[in-house]
Design a binder for this molecule. Structure first.
Ligand SMILES: C[S@@+](CC[C@H](N)C(=O)[O-])C[C@H]1O[C@@H](n2cnc3c(N)ncnc32)[C@H](O)[C@@H]1O
Length: 264
């Protein structure tokens, strides 16, 4: 069926719906996620399959034994917060787990009462939406380029393994055309170590014209640290258009944390 015939068929169907139900049907058509499967491309399906496979062999909390400081910082959050890996668990997945009683979006503020408050969620991986935004709308064609994902964790950004402290990888950083840094140090290192790591990054990510993608912004990451990094002589921020997804329910706030800089 071509587009014109499909349109006629939809209009005919709407014409056949009981008038009292038409508004409800139109509302459902505008808001439902049941149509997502028709717009998913093969890449979405591959990424979802990878997430399914990983989810089935990792514990629900998806924290690594080396991430003890991140666990400690989670417990120090002002509101009760749990780690829910955004690459492995999308909203539908969380809903199903909540229905099964294996996960909760709320916590009880007074034990035994019905008073509840929203539980904070934090993710140490990019979600599918953030990854697609970066690869489709932030980065240029990567053919022949060297991309380094600092702190690759589950391998959501880049499935390649080089197991080392980034502060020992100067030449890798010096040769990179694109460096991606998703909340690498904030939750995982003490402030003095963060300061040292950022100094190391700023000394080694120097290839003129290369790109540095960060979450959150460099200003935010460095604001609480005593570093000698001069952002204005190191990088220039490239403005991003965060309005690339037409759906109403996309997480714009998460995308706004993504920043890209050109190395000067
Ligand atoms: C928030 S996760 C990001 C995971 C992945 N890049 C993503 O976006 O889905 C940050 C990772 O950086 C790692 N990390 C922290 N400090 C590091 C260092 N000095 N060298 C290498 N990795 C580091 C952490 O252990 C953690 O696995």
């Amino acid at each position: 069926m071509d587009l014109a015939a499909a349109r006629r068929a939809v209009l005919q169907l709407l014409g056949a719906v009981a008038p009292a139900d038409r508004a409800a049907l139109l509302h459902w058509m505008r808001t439902t996620e049941d149509f997502d499967k028709f717009t998913e491309d093969n890449n979405d399906i591959i990424l979802k399959n990878i997430a399914d496979d990983l989810r089935n062999c990792l514990p629900l909390e998806t924290m690594l034994s080396s991430e003890h400081l991140a666990l400690q910082k989670l417990q120090q959050q002002p509101e009760p917060t749990v780690h829910v890996d955004a690459f492995l668990y999308d909203e539908d997945c969380i809903d199903s787990l909540c229905e099964e009683g294996k996960m909760s979006r709320h916590y009880c503020t007074v034990c035994g009462s019905h008073q509840t408050a929203s539980l904070g969620f934090i993710s140490h991986s990019f979600s599918l939406m953030e990854l697609k935004f970066i690869y489709h709308h932030v980065l240029p064609d990567l053919s022949g380029k060297v991309l380094v994902d600092v702190g690759s964790r589950l391998g959501t950004v880049l499935y390649g393994v080089l197991h080392a402290d980034i502060c020992t990888q100067g030449s890798l950083l010096q040769n990179a055309d694109v460096v991606i840094m998703n909340n690498v140090f904030e939750y995982f290192l003490h402030e003095t170590e963060q300061t040292r790591a950022w100094e190391y990054i700023s000394h080694n990510v120097r290839k003129q014209g290369s790109l540095l993608v960060t979450v959150p912004s460099l200003e935010d990451s460095l604001s609480g640290l005593q570093t000698n990094i001069q952002l204005s002589t190191w990088v220039e921020e490239i403005p991003l258009n965060y309005d690339v997804y037409p759906q109403k329910d996309f997480d714009r706030e998460a995308l706004e944390q993504i920043h890209v800089y050109k190395i000067l």
